[in-house]
Design a protein around this ligand. Structure first.
Ligand code: ZN
Length: 347
């Protein structure tokens, strides 16, 4: 499908014939410790979206900017259940409360949606290697996509990363490259690797297709609700990329004329990792000082999220929640439900 890239900071447009990452103008003026500047968003022309809206039946894959290899059969991402949690609905007093269970994806997380599209991008551009830095679900998801579609996956990780978190990626056959340094350094090295040796870089938000791929969760929710958008979506957020993907999905549906307005997007962050919630409150785009063991890259989509939400009001509330979960999955679940409880208490 025809599309182009637009810088979320300066609005410059870049052609999509080549693989593009950050806006070269804005990325070059990014300051250390600041949220990343120059993150690109993919743009599909409105007339294409309107044409897509007329297609029957509604197929999520039609809305992606690259055709899925093997039509998605080899790596069947998405179509995850929208659960009606009866007990929770009664407990909270909302009969129309739903949970989207993306744990049902092939590698067990929403990251499969991004990896699927990056794999499609690599195959479209004749690349056989995908490179990324990750210590968790993104690495597992890309390794899973690589195993399913015959792509080599190189995963840069800090040597101190917990082995248990890397096990899934190793079992899928990824080549894991431990480095002496932090996650930030692994991230930088993975980019330098693709600059020198080629391949596609899948680093979250650095490659704009990681956001575009995640929009499918919004398209599925629209479809599963019988062709309507929910009033409110609670989104667990670390670096802001899931938010950006959900926003993009509903924005495309709105531009296509399928929904009248965007749902209210409520961003939920764990209290110990709430850079976005803090930036939203203070207007300071600074990374958090993280615990030594969890040193992580400055979250890539945070700048865009906070700017956009303050400018347009489309994301009207940032909530910091207390999540005491020790691992990613538990923290994620705690964050989601914690956000719902807090919102209801305030209502
Ligand atoms: Zn720019």
């Amino acid at each position: 499908m025809e599309f182009y890239y637009r810088c979320s900071d300066c609005g410059r447009e870049l052609a999509a014939k080549e693989i593009q990452y950050l806006c070269p103008h804005c990325a070059s003026v990014s300051q250390p410790g600041e949220f990343q500047r120059g993150v690109l968003e993919t743009v599909i022309a409105r007339e294409h979206l309107i044409a897509l809206a007329r297609r029957k039946p509604f197929q999520v894959a039609d809305w992606l900017v690259y055709a899925l290899p093997d039509k998605g059969k080899a790596y069947p991402v998405g179509r995850t259940p929208l659960i009606s949690p009866l007990h929770l609905q009664r407990q909270l007093g909302f009969t129309q409360l739903f949970l989207k269970n993306d744990g049902a994806n092939p590698s067990g997380s929403l990251k499969d949606r991004a990896s699927q599209l990056v794999a499609a991008q690599a195959i479209h551009h004749g690349q056989s290697t995908v490179v990324l830095a990750s210590t968790g679900n993104a690495g597992s998801a890309m390794a899973c996509a690589g195993a399913a579609l015959g792509l080599k996956v190189l995963l840069f990780v800090p040597a101190t990363a917990p082995k248990a978190k890397l096990l899934q990626a190793i079992l899928y056959g990824a080549t894991v490259i431990p480095i002496r340094g932090t996650y930030d350094e692994a991230f930088r090295l993975s980019i330098e690797y693709t600059q020198h040796f080629g391949g596609v870089n899948r680093n979250t938000a650095y490659n704009p297709l990681t956001i575009e791929g995640k929009k499918t969760v919004a398209l599925e929710i629209y479809m599963q609700l019988g062709g309507q958008a929910p009033d409110i979506v609670f989104i667990p957020v670390g670096d802001g990329v899931i938010y950006a993907g959900v926003y993009k999905g509903f924005s495309d549906l709105q531009a296509a004329g399928l929904i009248e307005k965007l749902p209210q997007l409520v961003v939920v962050q764990a209290e110990g990792s709430n850079a976005i919630a803090q930036a939203y409150r203070t207007g300071q785009y600074r990374a958090l000082q993280r615990a030594k063991k969890k040193k992580k890259k400055i979250p890539a989509s945070q700048r865009r999220l906070v700017c956009r939400s303050q400018r347009s009001g489309d994301c009207r509330r940032a909530i910091a929640t207390d999540s005491r979960g020790g691992d990613f999955l538990r923290a994620g679940r705690g964050g989601r439900l914690g956000g719902i409880y807090q919102r209801i208490k305030k209502a």
